[in-house]
Ligand binder design. Structure first.
Ligand SMILES: Cc1cc2nc3c(=O)[nH]c(=O)nc-3n(C[C@H](O)[C@H](O)[C@H](O)COP(=O)(O)OP(=O)(O)OC[C@H]3O[C@@H](n4cnc5c(N)ncnc54)[C@H](O)[C@@H]3O)c2cc1C
Length: 382
């Protein structure tokens, strides 16, 4: 049976997240964007409502929601501001590898930290010389006695300045590429860990993006999350779970762009009539709706597959690639519908365009998604 209806509980969840976005996110979004202000208060409020990493198992203090529930919430938050939404949902990116590969003690301690109080965690794989080529990371892990010692730099890390703990990917030998990669949970207070450059970004300016510097950081063996050879697989398995959420962020941007454009097109007059009556404008708006609906179906399918326990890599990449590219196009078209006003900070759509761009970059660029898709297709038809 195929059923497109949300359950009563899911509808209630959407209403809660929608009301939260209207009351708490939209009123502060422009100011956070203009001043690159981190929305700590909004995060705390979202946490109190149970909107932060709501999928964490009840065993560790979470709400135990499914991935479908999670993406429904993300879309609502993203409608208000994807910078603030990213600040809220980045805990999922850090908590997912712990949920997937952590020991019982690690889950109790680190997932429990996120559910016990409104704190942040961050996921750190990218380095100045290794982004798309994640198997090329240079951050070194050396075993000294019972401990591991990490040295290196992680750049562009979401919530880096705020995090209480990090999932850090490091290699025992860069020559071994993916076979040498391990994953560690690193506490913020660890000696030798410091925060470097805070980035000044084009969009999603409410989110915190900074460098994490690791200088002889000692990590106990009990904080090894993935042993040698398993770290890269864990990094990729994490993205299978989190890429649908980027699709959900894209849906939030597109729905906002669409609604703003419809409203504006009905008000703005040229040549003696509302621009909504010009077919060229109607077609722009129709295309926006097509892209939104198509992405929504794919991202819900990718999330549904997670809840079913199915392997979803290819569909997660479809949702991420289509969502990111569509959100960029839809936000650009919304600026077009607004004409000169669209280019001005006073109107909401230029921010959507700046915010959308990073969806094509983080958690694997649009090119990398196509590589994942092609690799999976060739494997399927071998
Ligand atoms: C705001 C923001 C937040 C981020 N948050 C995090 C985070 O929390 N944690 C984290 O670890 N990282 C994070 N990142 C890093 C992000 O995942 C990387 O920037 C991304 O993976 C791209 O890597 P890169 O910047 O090194 O680009 P590069 O890898 O240098 O790519 C440059 C260009 O080349 C293309 N390219 C590269 N290789 C190929 C290929 N084989 N075929 C075709 N095209 C190719 C890319 O698609 C891209 O267009 C964040 C980035 C940003 C901007």
């Amino acid at each position: 049976m195929l059923d497109f209806e949300l359950t009563e509980e899911q509808n209630a969840l959407v209403q809660t997240a929608r009301a939260f976005t209207k009351d708490k996110i939209i009123p502060v979004a422009a100011e956070c964007d203009a001043h690159s202000k981190f929305p700590k208060d909004v995060f705390v409020e979202a946490w109190k409502l149970g909107l932060v990493a709501p999928w964490i198992d009840e065993k560790y203090g979470g709400a135990g929601f499914g991935e479908l529930d999670n993406v429904l919430i993300t879309e609502e938050l993203a409608y208000g501001c994807t910078g603030i939404q990213t600040s809220i949902t980045a805990n999922t990116l850090a908590a997912t590898p712990v949920a997937l590969a952590g020991s019982e003690d690690q889950k109790k301690k680190y997932l429990g930290m996120l559910t016990g109080e409104p704190v942040f965690a961050a996921y750190a794989i990218t380095e100045p010389a290794a982004g798309s080529d994640a198997a090329g990371i240079q951050c070194r892990a050396r075993k000294i006695g019972d401990d591991w010692v990490l040295n290196g730099q992680k750049c562009f890390i979401t919530n880096a300045s705020m995090a209480s703990w990090y999932v850090v990917f490091a290699t025992v030998d860069p020559e071994q590429r993916h076979r040498g990669i391990m994953a560690f949970i690193v506490d913020r207070q660890s000696a030798g860990l410091s925060i470097g450059k805070k980035e000044d970004k084009m969009g999603q300016r409410a989110s915190d993006t900074a460098t994490v510097i690791l200088e002889d950081v000692k990590v106990p063996a009990s904080n090894v999350l993935a042993p040698e050879g398993q770290g890269f697989k864990l990094a990729m398995a994490t993205f299978d779970r989190t890429r649908p959420d980027i699709g959900a962020g894209a849906c939030g941007i597109m729905r906002r762009a669409l609604e703003e454009s419809i409203r504006y097109a009905q008000e703005r007059k040229t040549f003696g009539t509302a621009i909504a009556n010009h077919q060229a404008v109607q077609f722009l708006i129709a295309e926006m709706a097509i892209k939104y609906e198509a992405t929504r179906m794919l991202m819900l399918k990718a999330a549904w597959m997670i809840d079913k326990g199915s392997k979803n890599s290819i569909v997660a990449s479809y949702a991420k690639a289509l969502g990111a590219d569509s959100a960029m196009q839809v936000a650009t078209d919304a600026v077009q519908v607004f004409g000169g006003n669209g280019y001005m900070r006073e109107y909401p759509v230029e921010k959507l365009m700046r915010d959308a761009k990073v969806l094509q970059i983080y958690e694997g660029t649009s090119q990398i998604q196509r590589m994942v898709i092609a690799k999976n297709l060739f494997a399927m038809y071998k």
